[in-house]
Design a protein around this ligand. Structure first.
Ligand SMILES: Cc1cc2nc3c(=O)[nH]c(=O)nc-3n(C[C@H](O)[C@H](O)[C@H](O)COP(=O)(O)O)c2cc1C
Length: 210
């Protein structure tokens, strides 16, 4: 009994430590992006071949800010959401684990120590696990209160997805919006609840020329 209690306390403190691990991102430096919105629109395309070269903290910071960061003093975001419910959550998956992007703190909170990129890729598109970073776009339906709206969630996710496309393009990186992924394994690894809809993922990295 005593052994069981000690193991339970250790497991609990491990979990608490993991839940509290927060990585503060550098302030987004917009000079990392080298083109106008019009140029980025001209060049936007889906990329499905990546090198394994890691992104710098500065690149990740700007990418996440552009995707769904705070852009006004009242806490509103770079992407619109229905009724400003701010239901979209962006998870960052890379070799050292998975993290939830906290837009207000501009920080990453660790949710797993596991490399879940193989679950992001799924069985049919192994190229996706080669990218150094995959962003998951999730709609947290709890933000809609008593009237959840998967439709609004999907629309809100689309804006974030396009922000990711344009930011990646402007930063000289490639990405593709993907609906394909192993949702069951990802939900388990990231401890998602049913109300968190895993809508899209975006592998992001340097483009590998064929
Ligand atoms: C909702 C949505 C889901 C998508 N899912 C996938 C996917 O699972 N795998 C993939 O390789 N591309 C996926 N795509 C990318 C499309 O195939 C791509 O946008 C389309 O072929 C047009 O090419 P372009 O983005 O280069 O213009 C998806 C795009 C959207 C908008």
């Amino acid at each position: 009994m005593k052994k069981f209690m000690i193991s339970a306390v250790m497991a609990l403190s491990c979990l608490t430590a993991m839940a509290q691990e927060v990585i503060k991102l550098p302030a987004p430096d917009k000079s990392v992006a080298g083109m106008s919105v019009m140029e980025a629109l001209s060049k936007r395309q889906s990329v499905r071949s990546f090198t394994s070269q890691a992104l710098t903290d500065s690149q990740l910071s700007l990418l996440l800010w552009a995707a769904n960061g705070v852009n006004r003093e009242d806490g509103r975001l770079t992407a619109p959401t229905a009724m400003n419910r701010q239901d979209i959550q962006v998870y960052v998956c890379r070799a050292d684990g998975a993290f939830l992007y906290d837009a207000k703190a501009h920080a990453l909170t660790r949710v797993s120590k596991e490399d879940v990129r193989a679950y992001v890729a799924g069985d049919r598109q192994p190229f996706a696990k080669e990218a150094p970073v995959s962003l998951l776009v999730v709609s947290d339906q709890r933000k809609f209160g008593p009237r959840p709206s998967p439709d609004y969630g999907r629309l809100d996710a689309g804006y974030v997805s396009q922000n990711i496309y344009l930011a990646a393009t402007a930063m000289g990186l490639g990405t593709v919006a993907r609906a394909m992924m192993d949702r069951e394994q990802l939900a388990k690894a990231l401890n998602l609840v049913d109300a968190q809809l895993l809508l899209l993922n975006h592998p992001v990295g340097y483009v590998k020329s064929e």
